[in-house]
Design a protein around this ligand. Structure first.
Ligand SMILES: Cc1ncc(COP(=O)(O)O)c(C=O)c1O
Length: 400
């Protein structure tokens, strides 16, 4: 476990907020303007954009979006960051900006289903070769790297099964071949995992989740070296138009102020609920990195400062009936997709459906998935409510 995380509390509140012109407000203002007065000669081409170029047009740069980007770069310990319109926007922009026809991408076979679907369809249409592998199996990674590879896209913990990826180990293999590495760290946030510190080149978050934390703004971010970030900014935001709304940037910047304390509370609540669920007679298996029973608990302790608020669990019987009861009877927990909100959210993901729509795994990789998910899992995003209330709500529908 990384020990000293005390400066997160200051960085999440102050970083990026020191560049206002008078009058200086105590909280940053939203600049909803799409264009800014040009008081001096500015190049119209984004190719000539410099760090200190004056503001010109919001798709190029905007003060509150820059504030958000600086804050996230500070939290990640990254040189630079780029905010975009959504988490999917961040994932796909990274791939489309860094890969070209004929290149090869290694992607985690389990990741946010939208990302896998994009890798299954759009990238092959652009003549990009994609291989989806179990990134938790380092032998599988090593074998896959015997073929020249251009980009490795990891996720940890993986949505929805909470399997982990050993970032340091994969970065070690990738560096030998100078392959760029990316991790979608949405489930962990920079508070739980310092991916840049582990050597990963680019870290991605869906800002829609924990980073904003209140379920009311969509966004995405990529953090890493300036060289990568400037390239993706040009390609994906300035040219392809994947810009975040300044209002959303303002909301997410506000949400970030409480990220460290929210993550601590999400983790504490989740730990308590995971331990209790594990003892419930109708619960077959709980997947939570903080539990001793998680097959990668030791890796979780090495790679995560805290274990976040996400878990998945299988029930012994009647998942369909339990799902119906959840839709009708849950009060504290919302039966709804998404995660990382202040409110607890739960959703049932049947294995066959997800395999058909997104993952299309076979043989060993399907068996590896089933070790976590069986016939289906309830994905639970533990919120900030009183943990007793969250558990009571669950217990009510599990006692069939
Ligand atoms: C791990 C992960 N990455 C990316 C995304 C996509 O984010 P967004 O919904 O902001 O596009 C999600 C959404 O659930 C996610 O869970």
């Amino acid at each position: 476990m990384k020990k000293d995380t005390s400066n997160f509390n200051t960085l999440s509140i102050h970083s990026g907020e020191d560049k206002q012109t008078p009058p200086v407000s105590s909280v940053p203002a939203i600049s909803m303007a799409t264009s800014f007065l040009s008081k001096e000669e500015v190049s119209f081409s984004s190719e000539n954009l410099e760090d200190d170029s004056p503001y010109l047009y919001t798709r190029w740069a905007n003060p509150i979006i820059n504030t958000l980007e600086e804050k996230i770069a500070a939290l990640e310990g990254a040189e630079s960051a780029l905010a975009l319109s959504s988490g999917m926007g961040a994932c796909t922009s990274t791939m489309l900006s860094l890969l070209k026809s004929g290149d090869r991408l290694l992607v985690s076979d389990i990741c946010y289903p939208g990302v896998r679907e994009f890798c299954n369809t759009t990238l092959p249409n652009l003549n990009i070769n994609v291989e989806a592998i179990n990134m938790s199996d380092l032998e599988e990674v090593e074998n896959a790297l015997s073929v020249p590879t251009d980009l490795i896209f990891m996720e940890s913990p993986c949505n929805p099964i909470l399997r982990l990826t050993d970032l340091k180990a994969i970065v070690g293999m990738a560096k030998e071949q100078k392959i760029t590495t990316v991790v979608d760290s949405t489930f962990a946030t920079p508070i739980a995992t310092q991916a840049i510190g582990l050597g990963v080149d680019l870290v991605i978050h869906s800002l829609t989740k924990y980073m904003n934390g209140h379920g009311d703004a969509m966004g995405g971010v990529i953090a890493g070296k300036k060289e990568h970030i400037n390239l993706i900014r040009n390609t994906a935001v300035i040219h392809a138009g994947n810009v975040i709304s300044p209002f959303n940037a303002w909301l997410i910047n506000r949400g970030l102020a409480t990220l460290p304390i929210r993550m601590k509370r999400h983790s504490e609540n989740a730990m308590m609920i995971a331990e209790r669920l594990e003892k419930h007679p109708n619960v077959k298996q709980v997947n939570y990195p903080g539990l001793l029973s998680h097959p990668q608990h030791n890796l979780a302790k090495r790679q995560m400062n805290l274990f976040s608020g996400m878990m998945s669990f299988q029930v012994q019987q009647n998942p369909k009936q339990i799902t119906e009861r959840m839709r009708k009877e849950l009060q504290t927990i919302h039966y709804a997709v998404s995660l990382g909100h202040h409110k607890s959210l739960i959703y049932y993901l049947p294995t066959d459906d997800l395999q058909q729509s997104s993952y299309q795994l076979r043989g060993k990789n399907l068996a590896d998935y089933r070790k976590f998910a069986g016939e289906g899992i309830f994905r639970l995003s533990v919120g900030l409510e009183d943990p007793e209330d969250i558990y009571k709500d669950l217990e009510k529908v599990l006692n069939t």
